[in-house]
Ligand binder design. Structure first.
Ligand SMILES: Cc1cn([C@H]2C[C@H](OP(=O)(O)O)[C@@H](CO)O2)c(=O)[nH]c1=O
Ligand SMILES: [Mg+2]
Length: 202
């Protein structure tokens, strides 16, 4: 975006499994609610949608999986991933960088939409309510970078305005990416080098 001729790098950061621990929290709640049912360790997770892999394991399990993440409070109570909030707050403070959180609500939006606002307010601060973009189609959002754990982010616009950086997660770690960079964590400082690199390119 230009403001008096100065270009800002617009960074879109996904929420679930990029800032918030969707997978870890899911597994904890699933084991609590269904102690007799089989489950998949995080190291063995392979599909983006948790329900798909559980259904492959045993017919009918995806229904049980769904009861976990559609329960009131699930999205609100997601723990942040290590270093995620600190990194986003520091990124926003970098010269020439502006950050937005870009997240999809569930199709069953009843709790997830509201609770994503609550999560952002609680973990990042009230001002960040202005910076949360909720959409089921992230390709409709402009920006320079999208950091997102979903390997295939598709929608009405192709190619989208942003370059997709894949945030490494249990469900995507085994996938060989040919044309996309990864960000593996928020703790080793590599996010800063990545942002600096993109700043040079705009
Ligand atoms: C059903 C499901 C949703 N989600 C997340 C992705 C979306 O959030 P986000 O765009 O913040 O990553 C949201 C709606 O699908 O829930 C998973 O990460 N795994 C799942 O299995
Ligand atoms: Mg995500």
């Amino acid at each position: 975006m230009t403001h008096f001729g100065i270009k800002k790098l617009l960074v879109l950061v996904d929420l679930d499994q990029t800032l918030a621990d969707f997978e870890g929290h899911f597994l904890e709640k699933y084991k609590e609610k269904y102690p007799g049912e089989p489950y998949i360790e995080l190291k063995d997770r392979e599909t983006f949608y948790i329900g798909d892999q559980y259904e492959q394991m045993e017919e009918g399990l995806s229904k049980k999986v769904k009861t976990i993440y559609t329960t009131e409070g699930f999205f609100r109570d997601l723990p942040p991933l290590e270093g995620a909030c600190k990194a986003v707050l520091e990124m926003e403070e970098m010269d020439g960088v502006e950050v937005f959180i870009c997240s999809s609500p569930l199709f069953q939006y009843k709790y997830s939409s509201k609770e994503k606002y609550e999560w952002v307010e609680h973990h990042l601060g009230k001002n960040w309510i202005n910076k949360l973009i909720l959409t089921r189609d992230k390709t409709m959002v402009t920006g320079n970078i999208l950091i997102d754990d979903k390997v295939k982010v598709t929608g009405a616009v192709h190619p989208p305005a942003w370059t997709h950086i894949v945030f490494t997660a249990c469900h995507n770690k085994h996938i060989r990416l040919r044309d996309k960079k990864r960000l593996d964590n928020w703790t080793d400082g590599s996010w800063r080098a990545l942002i600096e690199d993109f700043k040079k390119r705009i």
